[in-house]
Design a protein around this ligand. Structure first.
Ligand code: PEP
Ligand code: MG
Length: 318
């Protein structure tokens, strides 16, 4: 087993047999980007932009957004930064954008859906992202949250292209998007699986509700099947599929995700070293074998147990 010592991360993600896995950081505010760079992250797989919009009466102006985005991009010169457009609604309510009278806000106008009711907010944000991207050398990828259909994907990709943002992708966090990933990825340049919401919607269990927390488990084989289907769609279209939900930060689950075909994992910077260490000790064939074991499980607990038992290298990182 891996020793319980302070592990450091050298920025490289590889399996034991040298298969490359991009290990990236999740960033929620410009200050996080400094910590991510200091932790050795080679890029950002999820830059959540909500921080700028929360607790305000109106959307921030373009100039203010440009300054915030540049601060993050500047930490990763020549590196990939995946910036997500605003994910308002549900667990991230924003009074100027989202209704407060929806019976089921998680199923309402949230994420990219707000672009239909408030197109100017997305327009301003894409303007700011494009301007910040031109001013810095980071490789800026843009993605939309809460995409459910092929049409939404096409429209988002077109809107990005109109701003000169040519690498536009989608988050896969709604089961419909996972099941239609092959068609969605005919238009989107990449997909990033948000396992927090994908689990919520696959299991019909509110991610914030303690009384259904036992159902909210990304280890559930139903969720893993959706991940596998998304990876199949990515492979069919030759497009990369990453994971940026919390599942990516769990070493044993990261192994399974890689075995299912995920090519990048984005996580809180402090998880990078442990995930890198477990991958480094596991071959790609082993990842695939463990992924099949997990897919064949009856329950989340069964999947977790099967993989832990088959991965003695985990030690204290279980
Ligand atoms: C997710 O849903 O997994 C995700 C990464 O997005 P958020 O947690 O911001 O909803
Ligand atoms: Mg989400």
């Amino acid at each position: 087993a891996l020793a319980a010592v302070e592990r450091t991360f050298d920025g490289d993600g590889r399996t034991a047999d040298g298969h490359r896995v991009e290990l990236l950081a999740n960033v929620g505010a410009p200050a996080d980007a400094h910590a991510a760079a200091a932790a050795g992250a080679q890029g950002v797989g999820l830059f959540r932009t909500e921080f700028e919009f929360l607790d305000r009466d109106e959307a921030p102006g373009v100039d203010e957004q440009v300054a915030a985005y540049r601060e993050v991009f500047a930490q990763f010169p020549g590196r990939k930064v995946v910036i997500r457009t605003l994910d308002a609604g549900a667990d991230k309510p924003m009074p100027f954008l989202t209704a407060d009278d929806e019976a089921n806000p998680a199923l309402g106008v949230r994420g990219l859906r707000t672009a239909a009711t408030h197109p100017e907010v997305l327009e301003d944000q894409l303007t700011a992202i494009a301007r910040a991207a031109r001013a810095e050398s980071a490789l800026v990828w843009v993605m939309a949250p809460m995409v459910a259909t092929v049409e939404e994907t096409e429209e988002f990709v077109e809107r990005c292209a109109a701003h000169g943002l040519t690498t536009a992708g989608v988050m896969v966090e709604v089961p419909s998007a996972a099941l239609l990933a092959d068609r969605i990825l005919a238009h989107a340049a990449f997909a990033s699986i948000g396992t927090n919401d994908l689990t919520q919607y696959a299991m019909a269990a509110d991610r914030l509700l303690g009384s259904v927390a036992h159902l909210s488990d990304a280890w559930h084989p139903a969720v893993l099947r959706l991940v596998a289907e998304t990876c199949r769609g990515g492979a069919a279209q030759g497009r990369p599929v990453g994971v940026c939900g919390e599942a990516a930060a769990v070493p044993a689950l990261a192994v399974v995700l890689v075995g299912l075909g995920v090519s990048s994992l984005s996580m809180t910077p402090r998880a990078l070293a442990d995930v890198a260490a477990v991958l480094q000790a596991t071959s790609l064939d082993e990842c695939r074998r463990l992924a099949q074991l997990a897919l064949g499980a009856q329950s989340a607990a069964d999947a977790r147990e099967r993989v832990r038992a088959g991965l003695p290298v985990l030690g204290d990182l279980g």
